[in-house]
Design a protein around this ligand. Structure first.
Ligand code: ADP
Length: 395
């Protein structure tokens, strides 16, 4: 019974999940948060049991991993024999296009992408190094958030900036959430009972971060995030698309530095900037209570998505299904209705009762005769990383 541990190491957190791969079953999962800060906490879940919660200082990531391994011992379900460890790595650039067995060359290549993802890749690497030291004989695999999008044609990934500069600095569209877009594309095809190779999909990953992908025959042909996750849809705290000249204007007129503007557009914009709250449940609650700013923010949020669906329907030529996933996509029937409203011309229709139904499983929320099937497909990035890890290890 092969087991795979999936690890996502952030700058102040470690998320993990242990899978038994014969039954694709999650045995345990957990999170260490606020590493190196006040209020650090480990939450470890085993099956349906009450979670184990430990609140004590976690000085650094090494201590964080020790806590995780200890939690497995004390919470009754030991890690056991591991077939492999799969690490989520945010940026693979244009060279790391497949899940990769980790060795010295892979580590150097991941480090080489760090300027493109300065907040993420160094933490991801730290997790890899600690896990390799703790499990020196266990194969370890890096799975990249950018990889699924590497099939985009140049017309989709090129920015219209001087070609020599773009080549020198690797300025291009990479796209993120690839693991999720890949997973829900495959699940959508399974749900529709059709081969992925003959389906054209638009997949909408709407979580705190949000992105959309155009997927033709199982391959990504365009996606909304770019060089970094800032481009595209309106997100919890990110602006998404705007005129790049806003940046110069903020600098010249408001005297903001590059770092200030980076912070403003990544952490204080999006729904937080528009409505004063980044949690979609809160924005929807306020809008329902008559808060005008919240209602307008929702309108901007849904309109931006609708524009992308239209653009990607044009890019695909034919649209078979629209797939909603992640926290907002899976749970907010209001956002789904707001997105689909006005897309009738593309053949998109919703069945209101199906849209309001709740379930943790893939489901169709369009009428049976809708030209474009509208689906909700819960994402599972950890399972996808575990599957890809096992596939690399077993060749
Ligand atoms: P992350 O990108 O951090 O993985 P998630 O995919 O968990 O994020 O999505 C988080 C978002 O999902 C939050 O904005 C949250 O408000 C939203 N969300 C979760 N449940 C609901 C719900 N029932 N209705 C509306 N939004 C929801």
């Amino acid at each position: 019974m092969p087991r795979v541990l999936v690890v996502n190491t952030g700058s102040s957190s470690i998320k993990y999940q242990l899978f038994e791969m014969d039954g694709r079953q999650a045995l345990a999962s957990g999170l260490v948060e606020r590493i190196g800060e006040a209020g650090a906490r480990l939450t470890h879940r085993t099956g349906d049991a009450e979670p184990l919660v430990v609140e004590e200082r976690v000085g650094d990531h090494s201590e964080g991993f020790e806590r995780v391994f200890r939690a497995f011992e004390t919470a009754g379900g030991p890690i056991g024999e591991l077939a492999g460890i799969g690490h989520r790595v945010v940026h693979g650039g244009d060279r790391l296009t497949e899940p990769t067995r980790i060795d010295d060359a892979a580590i150097a290549a991941i480090a080489d992408q760090a300027p493109l993802a300065p907040l993420h890749n160094p933490s991801n690497l730290l997790g890899i190094r600690i896990a390799m030291a703790s499990f020196p004989d266990t194969p370890q695999v890096a799975v990249f958030d950018t990889a699924f999008h590497q099939t985009m044609p140049p017309r989709a990934w090129r920015y219209a900036v001087p070609a020599d500069l773009a080549a020198q600095l690797r300025i291009r569209r990479y796209g993120f959430h690839g693991t999720s877009h890949a997973y829900v594309s495959r699940k959508a095809a399974e749900h529709l009972g059709r081969p992925a190779g003959e389906l054209n999909l638009v997949t909408l990953h709407l979580g705190n971060g949000a992105s959309v992908a155009a997927v033709a025959g199982g391959r990504c042909i365009d996606t909304s995030m770019g060089l970094t996750p800032l481009e595209g849809l309106v997100m919890g705290t990110r602006s998404g698309d705007l005129d790049p000249a806003v940046v110069f204007y903020l600098h010249r007129e408001a005297g903001l530095s590059v770092d200030d503007i980076d912070d403003l557009l990544n952490k204080r914009s999006g729904m937080l900037g528009l409505a004063g709250a980044n949690d979609m449940r809160e924005v929807e609650r306020r809008a329902a209570e008559g808060d005008q700013a919240a209602a307008e923010a929702l309108d901007v949020y849904c309109y931006r998505i609708r524009k992308y669906v239209g653009a990607y329907a044009a890019a695909l030529g034919r649209l078979d299904a629209l797939v909603f996933t992640a926290g907002i996509g899976e749970n907010s029937d209001g956002v789904r209705a707001g997105v689909c409203q006005g897309l009738e011309g593309l053949g998109v229709a919703l069945n209101p009762k199906r849209n309001r139904s709740r379930s943790g499983r893939p489901r169709t929320i369009s009428p049976d005769d809708s030209k474009v099937a509208v689906l909700v497909v819960p994402t599972n990035e950890e399972l996808e990383i575990a599957e890809q890890t096992l596939a690399v290890i077993t060749g």
